[in-house]
Design a protein around this ligand. Sequence first.
Ligand SMILES: NC(=O)c1ccc[n+]([C@@H]2O[C@H](COP(=O)([O-])OP(=O)(O)OC[C@H]3O[C@@H](n4cnc5c(N)ncnc54)[C@H](O)[C@@H]3O)[C@@H](O)[C@H]2O)c1
Length: 442
Amino acid sequence: MPTETATATTIASQLAEKIANKTARVGIIGLGYVGLPLAVEYAKAGFSVTGIDLIESKVERINAGDSYVQDIAAADVAALVETGKLRATRDFSVVAELDTIYICVPTPLRKTKDPDMSFIVSACQEIAKYVHPGMLAILESTTYPGTTDELVLPMLAGSGLQVGRDFFLCFSPERVDPGNPKFQTRNIPKVVGGVTPACTKLGAHFYAQALENVVPVSSTQVAEMVKLLENTFRMINIGLVNELAMMCDRMSINIWEVIDAAATKPFGFMPFYPGPGLGGHCIPIDPFYLSWKSKQAGIEARFIELAGYINGQMPHFVVEKVQNALNDRGKAVKGSHIHLLGVAYKRDIDDVRESPALDIIHLLQRRGAIVTFSDPYVPSIRMDQELLMSVDALAAVEKADATVIVTDHAQIDYKPIVERAALIVDTRNALRGLVAPNVIRL
Ligand SMILES: NC(=O)c1ccc[n+]([C@@H]2O[C@H](COP(=O)([O-])OP(=O)(O)OC[C@H]3O[C@@H](n4cnc5c(N)ncnc54)[C@H](O)[C@@H]3O)[C@@H](O)[C@H]2O)c1
């Protein structure tokens, strides 16, 4: 009879071998901005990859060799589908045949700013039906410290399998930065922490097959906290410069010039920039996962709450600037045509999740403005019941009473815009250095 340790070693070493010789069958649950790039990297590295998503149109597009994620070329997907390295399905029963599973499902906030764990829970309920000896599962969704051990582990271990012996479980934060041409899934260092040392070892071994740099840490909680530190750091620093921008506005000081000059200090300073508000699926959301968890440990996350409040004020501040500028010209917001240049939450991407543009449009419409937008990356946006379509930028700017630069996409030529606009409120310093009577800066 083999001993328990010998069984554990055998299961782990068999899986390690399958990973090393790339015969491990890889599964990715959630084929979004995070899951699809990961699926493509592993398929490119030579693994056979199955993506599982609930949305039929995504599954169909992948299987048809198409891409809906901006950073992933359709040609890459097509080549991998053609060679049988990549396929997608809605059917979770394939988990029974898979050796490794990544969980890359959304982790939004509820209206109360509490974590919404429903996507992770429903994915794990499905995985739990098919969990089997020799399987490695890695949670990549951003979440509060403790999720992997306290929520995911009991669901997967419910089948009677023992973690670290029969199956393996890790957390690894996803750090992908959509639209970043320099750092992508492959060359962003990957932090990974397992429930047991055997889990960490296998997780790190698995990432090393497809990614350039792996950073093992001692536990899932450390790995979970790493991501929250990174995003909270950004959120709070952005909150600080947003507050400074409002102070500088009151004192008629150009905040952009202040930051540029401060950034000449060769040590001890890192520039962050103000803007119309936070957006995306990470920075406005993740820190509240930490503050929720921290409250349970009896600590109020005061920096997070304060920065969240200040960042949340920015769309209001932008609308006030538009209103004041119109008033100075003898006009009111009510009945004015206001055009937004850009609605994506940041430059050169097509994502409008949590974009401050949505708040700005809402606030302007509530004050009676007629709002249009143009965005080379975003053909339409849904505002409650209304579908707003992107229009021709120059024609709209020419007619508008005010234009607001909300997203500074690199491809926009601002010269003709400045020449034709009656009034421009620039929330991104896109018109850097340009002084003109029709230009108002944040
Ligand atoms: N987008 C980013 O830049 C980014 C960066 C770092 C980390 N993250 C984190 O990664 C996670 C995923 O984010 P994303 O941007 O890829 O989200 P996304 O919405 O683009 O993709 C998630 C996918 O999961 C699918 N899905 C939802 N529930 C499912 C289920 N039960 N089973 C199978 N599929 C399911 C959805 O249909 C969707 O296609 C989040 O936790 C997010 O915070 C995102």
